[in-house]
Design a protein around this ligand. Structure first.
Ligand code: CTP
Length: 413
């Protein structure tokens, strides 16, 4: 699936006001950190950067002080701070991200060395630390390095594994700094509290489905997948083990979400059935096509000059099928209704045995397809309704997950 940067509205909901200290050590990947800092600052995070001496050979501290509006810590001495500067810096952030983390810096941290501004500050810090290694593939594979990295992992540091690919040295292998968006996702995930969905397996269907007529044409709909992807990201942040079963979209799934890409309603039904047995929650946010062409031509259909009639066969209903062996699992559905919303959605809620249903009317301004906001009403089996304001899909995702977390607690009490 293609990686695209998330839009700023979604990001700012998650990082606004958070204090993020970024420790930059000396590797060519330093230049990527400027982009990361810019993205975080643009979205309202408060960012401070500290640099090792070799990092300053790759990027000037001026780059980071300009981007953050804050002084860059390069040395422990010569500051106006009353007391020790590294203690003030260690106390300030909500999280520390070491990126890129060189083999040398990882070795120092793993052995408690404190010989520069970065290592001294981290040694004095008690907040979560994310380590994002970047180095040559042989250095990465070196047993000394691997032992050091393992030691940090065992001590509770989070390691954001590097990627495989072409390295700055020209070699190809493991060692390239993780994608900047993945690092930001990891920061967001680490900062998010509460972890009230920890240990819960949540399946989320998202996006449209494609029902092919021939190799190049299909029936589909306007779903962008944004609501399902927002639910997946927030559920993962709250500790859930998330399986996102997605039709084709332009979105990138949140880092720790397991995404199963499907195209048709039949594929989506199969994928859900395969994952369902040990799941705690199923959320149907996909706009599943109710019908598919009765036959799929293996060749491109030619124009005949005459009227063409398309015969359609009914697709399975993913939520309806899952309802058969529901047991204690929670099921949540979405309903797109343009008239008599409560009555129509109520029928779906009952027939699909849902625990609640999220009703949206795409005719409301700011609601529905291809937009970042949604205005919905939640409907419960006892007929109670909970109308919600127009809001960002990420904020709405958290409210839906709050209701799910409440119900899970009651179920397991
Ligand atoms: N749904 C599903 N499988 C389908 C169709 C819908 O799982 N084949 C799920 C959707 O993901 C959503 C809910 O059922 O959570 C309601 O979808 P919607 O299309 O609004 O309802 P339908 O039951 O298909 O009814 P209709 O299109 O006739 O309004």
């Amino acid at each position: 699936m293609r990686k695209t940067s998330r839009n700023s509205l979604e990001m700012s909901d998650m990082v606004k006001g958070k204090k993020i200290a970024i420790a930059v050590s000396g590797g060519i990947a330093c230049y990527k950190i400027a982009e990361m800092v810019r993205e975080l600052v643009k979205n309202g995070a408060l960012v401070r950067v500290m640099m090792t001496k070799s990092a300053q050979q790759f990027v000037s501290p001026l780059t980071f002080s300009t981007l953050t509006g804050n002084e860059v810590l390069t040395d422990l001495f010569g500051h106006d701070v009353v007391g020790a500067v590294h203690i003030e810096w260690a106390r300030w952030p909500d999280i520390i991200v070491v990126a890129p983390a060189t083999a040398n810096t990882v070795a120092k941290l793993a052995n408690g060395l404190a010989d520069n501004a970065v290592t001294t500050t981290i040694l004095a810090a008690t907040v979560p630390v994310l380590i994002c290694p970047a180095m040559n593939k042989q250095m990465y594979a070196n047993p000394f390095y691997q032992q050091n990295q393992q030691r940090l992992a065992d001590l509770g540091y989070t390691i954001i594994q590097p990627e495989q690919g072409e390295l700055a040295c020209g070699e190809v292998g493991w060692g390239r700094l993780a994608d900047v968006q993945d690092i930001i996702d990891a920061v967001v995930q680490r900062l998010t509290l509460p972890k009230d969905l920890a240990g819960k397996k949540i399946i989320i269907t998202a996006g449209p489905t494609r029902e092919f007529l021939d190799p190049v044409r299909f029936l589909s709909n306007r779903s962008s997948g944004k609501m399902g992807y927002a639910l997946a990201a927030r559920a993962a942040c709250r500790g859930a083990d998330v399986i996102l079963i997605s039709g084709p979209t332009l979105l990138r799934p949140f880092r720790s979400v397991r995404c199963i890409a499907v195209e048709s309603a039949m594929e989506m039904t199969e994928a859900v059935a395969h994952e369902l047995d040990d799941a705690d929650v199923l959320i149907g946010a996909a706009a599943v096509s109710d019908y598919r062409p009765a036959k799929r031509d293996s060749e491109k259909i030619k124009r005949t000059g005459e009227q063409a009639v398309l015969e359609l066969t009914e697709n399975p209903d993913v939520l309806l099928q899952a309802a058969v062996a529901k047991k204690k699992r929670l099921h949540v559905g979405f309903a797109v209704e343009t008239s008599e919303e409560i009555r129509h959605a109520g029928e779906k809620l009952r027939s699909k045995k849902l625990d609640f249903i999220v009703i949206n009317n795409p005719n409301e301004p700011g609601a529905g397809f291809e937009v970042d906001t949604n205005k919905v009403t939640l409907l419960y089996p006892d007929g109670l309704t909970e109308p919600l304001e127009l809001m960002n899909k990420f904020v709405l995702a958290d409210i839906i997950l709050d209701r799910i977390a409440d119900r899970l607690q009651t179920l397991h009490r």
